[in-house]
Design a protein around this ligand. Structure first.
Ligand code: GLU
Length: 428
């Protein structure tokens, strides 16, 4: 990746990070947008950025301040939509990129949303449960002015969960004086959450994984799978692949890497992680000290399901998998994309592979508005159909234009967003 991109005045060239990756992806799709390319600059600028101070009183009486963000990248096709991340490495560039990938993702699977994302730079493991609640509520109050069931709908992401969504929903509702269940998705079932939402991202990864494997003539039964990240995405995807007869041969989390060529016992590993918070110390496999060795593992399907910019020019060449399923957002850099393409590795991009989460978020939002709730079977069937159709459309376009699945997904999505942009016209 060599292109120098225009850096917005609020980021330095050094800080361009994931946003620079996204801009490169937009440059790659622009030649395929025809006359809509006239509007492409829209995609290179977030619509709205809110940076907030989040002060809380710590349990010991001291005051701590955290920096929080909510970025609405685009609302041409509908309200902003996207998760909230609590992580010590959260930056504005990262939240901008994540919000833009939500725009592309929502359009790629054709759910009626724009794209948004939020985050707080904090290691939530350093907070007590009370501190976490106070931080979540203060953050929600600070972004209250731009979120809402028809404006921008947050959801879980890295280190946020149903409980955090419940606090966000309650805080927003208290501020406005009535319960607004549709303001966030990924809520507990008891508060208008949807069956199947918790598993949806991992299930979506599994569904497109089966589609991709079929295209490559790979049998899931006996296929070797390696997963980076064993949380809500990687853990569920690993379980579903194992249940379908695949062998999960390597799992890496933020602390440790565990391998077992004959296949890890995923249920036992899950139980271990629930108890200890990490795969570290799991007895049913071998620990590997050098983290970088994970990328060299002999496997058929590789699932990066942790953070951005993991597969880079430094390690792409070592990858032995036939298929990569991007459970994480932005795990592969454009330079690595080129290397993988030349090696013939099939990369199913994040904006398709992990779109199952926001798809069931959409179902949750629809159910909240109608106050009529669907069965888990209905949800999983609809999810599977949407994921298969999105993958199929992108696959066909990729063949037709002789481009990667990422570029094809961006063509489908950016065309939808910019058509909406053009039809709406500029105001005033
Ligand atoms: N955080 C998830 C994502 O990156 C889900 C977003 C949502 O459901 O709105 O796609």
């Amino acid at each position: 990746m060599s292109t120098q991109h225009e850096v917005p005045s609020y980021l330095t060239q050094k800080e361009i990070g994931p946003w620079g990756v996204y801009l490169e992806q937009i440059d790659r799709v622009t030649p395929y947008l025809g006359t809509l390319a006239r509007w492409v600059e829209t995609l290179k600028r977030p619509k709205r950025i809110l940076v907030v101070d989040v002060p809380i009183e710590r349990d010991d009486g001291s005051i701590a301040h955290f920096e929080g963000y909510r970025v609405q990248h685009n609302t041409s096709r509908g309200p902003g939509k996207g998760g909230v991340r609590f992580h010590q490495d959260v930056t504005l560039s990262e939240v901008m990129a994540l919000s833009a990938w939500m725009t592309v993702k929502n359009a790629a699977v054709n759910v009626p949303y724009g794209g948004a994302k939020g985050g707080i730079r904090v290691d939530p493991k350093t907070l007590s449960i009370g501190e976490l609640q106070r931080m979540t509520r203060r953050y929600t109050s600070e972004i209250n002015i731009i979120i809402g069931p028809n404006k921008d709908i947050p959801a879980p992401d890295v280190n946020t969960n149903e409980q955090v969504m419940a606090w966000m929903m309650d805080t927003y509702s208290m501020n406005q004086g009535s319960t607004a269940s549709g303001v966030v998705t990924g809520k507990p079932i008891s508060l208008g959450g949807s069956l199947g939402r918790r598993e949806a991202t991992g299930r979506g990864v599994y569904v497109v994984g089966c589609e991709a494997a079929a295209k490559r003539g790979l049998d899931i039964k006996g296929a070797k799978v390696a997963v980076q990240g064993f949380g809500n995405v990687g853990g569920i995807a690993a379980r579903l692949f194992a249940e379908a007869g695949a062998k999960v041969v390597a799992v890496q989390d933020h602390i440790s890497t565990i391998v077992c060529d004959t296949g890890l016992d995923v249920a036992a590993l899950q139980a271990h992680v629930t108890q200890h918070g990490s795969v570290a110390g799991f007895g049913g496999g071998d620990a590997v000290n050098d983290r970088s060795r994970f990328w060299e593992v002999d496997c058929d399907i590789l699932i990066p399901a942790a953070l951005e910019q993991q597969i880079t020019e430094a390690n792409a060449d070592k990858i032995r998998a036939k298929i990569i399923l991007e459970g994480a957002n932005g795990p592969t850099t454009p330079g690595a994309d080129d290397i993988l393409h030349d090696k013939g590795v099939l990369v199913v991009p994040d904006v398709i592979a992990n779109a199952g989460g926001v798809t069931v978020s959409y179902f949750e939002w629809v159910q909240d508005f109608s106050s009529f709730f669907w069965t888990e079977d209905e949800i999983n069937q609809r999810l599977t159909r949407i994921m298969r159709e999105a993958f199929g459309a992108v696959w066909t376009l990729a063949q037709e234009k002789n481009v990667s699945l990422r570029t094809a997904a961006f063509i489908v999505a950016c065309t939808r967003v910019l058509q909406a942009r053009e039809m709406r016209g500029l105001y005033p």
